[in-house]
Design a protein around this ligand. Structure first.
Ligand code: S3P
Length: 433
């Protein structure tokens, strides 16, 4: 990943932009429909490296995909018809692929071998392997990928416990295994992680009941294929929302963005910093709330991000830290140790980027303090982390013009979740004011 991109400071951002389909919902639309026998259409699927990893793995199990632009037809023999993968299931950079598909693998009567790229090989996997082992799957004793899972032994037991961390990937992994267990499951959630899996499975006929803080699931219901319209990704929209909020004179509208209550906290955090964010035309799309989001540039002040806000804003934290760098006062982020085990150690990589751009930052094991001031152009590295590359682009645009442009190393990391990011950046900057 040797690409370098230079971004000039300045804005404003103007106009209307459709952001790509939601990454989490895209993965789930592929996986849940693969579990059901038959055919379904997914419209607005995110075309990115991560979703392609999920498709490539499912293909190895015998699922077929037919692509027509941004519509993908899934044709599946159903989970009972999956065949052993002829090779290793390579999940690339995608934590969502490897963790969600691990849960599926636990319910298959053969051994599946998983692996990923250099970054994924460093991320903790006992968080999925241990619960699957507790349900009776045979799993290898590795801490990280590569690893294997074998569901050929006795039927899986139900899961009845709290999951050790508020993580949608771990929760979804357990749910996929629980669908194939011999008894009901009760999964207690320590925090409000995204609930797209639960919503989608419920709409496909799973016997799943989402009470406050816990999920009850009775296995055995036959899943029906379900067409899905994927809403725009709020985690992709967040880059433009935050950039527009920071850059005076900006006004952008992002139609059709998913605003699931467990994802939309970036809206609340930006508002708490003084940003003008309007949600209009609220409606539902395939069981998910969506809206058109308009953001107008304004003067930002500091905030504090901690507790339950963290799991709902996890992917947006590096870019919110960029907003804090120009906000009045000192912003603190606490309880965010999970950032250390994302595609990069996002506490280390975010603070390194901000320091290179002249910002005063302190960091500790689960957070950081950012002193608001000015951003200066610099050379920064994404460390191969897609969200870092895009956060750096936002910082570059919001930097003081007199300090010159910012060069972002390994900028093509954006392909993981937002391949059209650089084109969209140009579009929003070149609408006449
Ligand atoms: C995701 C869950 C989140 C998020 C990731 C996508 C998902 O991770 O950071 O980008 O699609 O389930 P957690 O498992 O830590 O919640």
């Amino acid at each position: 990943m040797a690409s370098e991109i230079t971004v000039d400071p300045g804005g404003p951002l103007r106009g209307e932009l459709r952001v790509p389909g939601d990454k989490s919902i895209s993965h789930r639309a592929l996986i849940c429909n693969a579990l059901a026998e038959g055919e379904a259409q997914i419209r607005g699927l995110l075309d990115s490296a991560d979703c392609r990893s999920t498709m490539a793995c499912l293909r190895q199990w015998g699922v077929e995909f037919e692509e027509h632009g941004d519509t993908v037809i899934v044709r599946s023999p159903g989970q009972d018809g999956f065949r052993p993968a002829p090779g290793v299931l390579d999940c690339g950079n995608s934590g969502t692929s490897i963790r969600l598909l691990s849960g599926v693998a636990a319910g298959l009567p053969f051994r599946s071998h998983f692996d990923g790229d250099e970054s994924l090989r460093q991320r903790p996997m006992r968080r999925v392997l241990d619960p699957l082992a507790s349900m009776g799957a045979a799993v290898s004793d590795n801490e990280t990928a590569p690893f294997w899972i074998d569901g050929s032994g006795a039927e899986l037991n139900g899961f009845d416990a709290a999951i050790p961390m508020a993580s949608a990937q771990v929760k979804s992994c357990i749910i996929f295994a629980a669908l194939r267990a011999g008894q009901p499951s009760r999964i207690v959630e320590p925090g409000p992680s995204r609930d797209h899996t639960e919503r989608m499975l419920a709409s496909m006929g799973a016997d799943i009941d989402i009470a406050r803080g816990s999920i009850r699931l009775n296995p055995g219901a036959e899943l029906q294929p379900q067409d899905v319209d994927v809403p725009g990704d709020i985690s992709a929209a967040a880059f433009w929302m935050i950039a527009a909020a920071m850059i005076p004179g900006s006004r952008i509208t992002l139609p059709n963005v998913g605003i699931n209550p467990r994802r939309r906290v970036v809206v609340d955090i930006l508002r708490s910093m003084g940003a003008m964010v309007d949600l209009r035309n609220l409606r539902e799309m395939s069981g998910e709330p969506v809206a058109d989001i308009t953001v107008t540039g304004s003067f930002l002040h500091c905030t504090r991000i901690d507790g339950d806000l963290i799991v709902r804003a996890l992917d947006e934290l590096p870019t919110l830290a960029v907003a804090a760098a120009v906000a009045y006062g000192e912003t603190e982020i606490h309880d965010a140790a999970e950032l250390r085990v994302k595609e990069s150690d996002r506490i280390a990589t975010t603070t390194e980027m901000l320091r290179a751009m002249g910002v005063k930052v302190a960091d500790w094991s689960d957070g950081m303090r950012i002193v608001g001031g000015q951003l200066h152009g610099a050379t920064v590295d994404s460390h191969g982390d897609h969200r870092l590359a895009m956060a750096a682009a936002v910082a570059a645009m919001a930097a003081q013009p007199e300090f010159g442009p910012t060069t972002i190393r390994r900028a093509s990391a954006v392909d993981i979740s937002y391949p059209t990011f650089w084109r969209d950046l140009d579009r929003l900057r070149h609408v006449p004011v």
